[in-house]
Design a protein around this ligand. Structure first.
Ligand code: BG6
Ligand code: MG
Length: 217
């Protein structure tokens, strides 16, 4: 039985995935190459430092550790500039309703995000108080698809792994959920997220009890 919901943040609660993409693209362009949306799919859910390694490899660019750290800081500064402009209007459709349904059903919820900027974003959009626990890029050492972030989420809620359901927009995130023994709803197409236990384009108009029943049947 599902007793807790573990939410990814970027691309699930708010569409910061597009801000990450725009900042990474700007960095790649400055280095003299480009990245496209298809490649960006492979970056979703991946930590900042693992992402930069993948992007540099894609562009065939080799740099020293210090240079890489400088670039990561620069990308993050661009990203944070965009995040600072965010308002509650950017909460994705159906998220506030699904959170209300979680509360009404007496379920618990935790964040399970790879982002070190997660607390800043949750405060900005006014959803920080809704979470019973926050597990983010500041509290994990291993990037998705490693299950650490979700295992810690279940622990923080005092639940067994199989009692938690993950909500994810990243292929790597769904792999992480499965590696933790959890089912996952994929926010995105079957084409991008063929590994999800159920695909939704958003939570708009969705009934959580019905979704849970479908997942458990
Ligand atoms: C994940 C995003 O949620 O967080 C990735 O999907 C991002 O694109 C990662 O790289 C780390 O985020 P941050 O904010 O710590 O750089
Ligand atoms: Mg995401």
């Amino acid at each position: 039985m599902i007793k807790g919901i573990l939410f990814d943040l970027d691309g699930v609660i708010v569409d910061t995935a597009v801000y990450h993409y725009s900042a990474w693209r700007r960095m790649a362009n400055e280095l003299g190459f480009d990245i496209d949306e298809e490649f960006n799919e492979t970056l979703k859910g991946i930590s900042r430092m693992d992402s930069i390694d993948r992007i540099l490899e894609k562009g065939g660019v080799t740099l020293g550790k210090e240079e890489i750290l400088k670039l990561a800081t620069k990308k993050n500064d661009w990203y944070v500039e965009m995040v600072e402009q965010m308002t509650t209007d950017e909460i994705l459709p159906g998220i506030e309703s699904i959170i209300q349904q979680i509360k009404d059903l007496g379920l618990k919820m935790s964040l399970g995000s790879a982002s070190k900027n997660a607390p800043k974003i949750l405060v900005k959009i006014g959803l920080m108080d809704k979470f019973d626990a926050i597990v983010d890029g500041n509290s994990v050492t291993k990037s998705k698809p490693h299950p650490e972030v979700f295992i810690k989420g279940a622990e923080a809620l005092g639940l067994k792994n199989e009692e938690c359901l993950v909500i994810e927009d990243a292929f790597a995130g769904i792999e992480a959920a499965h590696a933790a023994g959890m089912k996952a709803i994929g926010i995105g197409s079957k084409e991008n997220l063929p590994n999800a236990d159920m695909n939704l384009s958003s939570f708009d108009g969705e009934n959580l009890s019905d979704l849970l029943k479908k997942l458990q049947s």
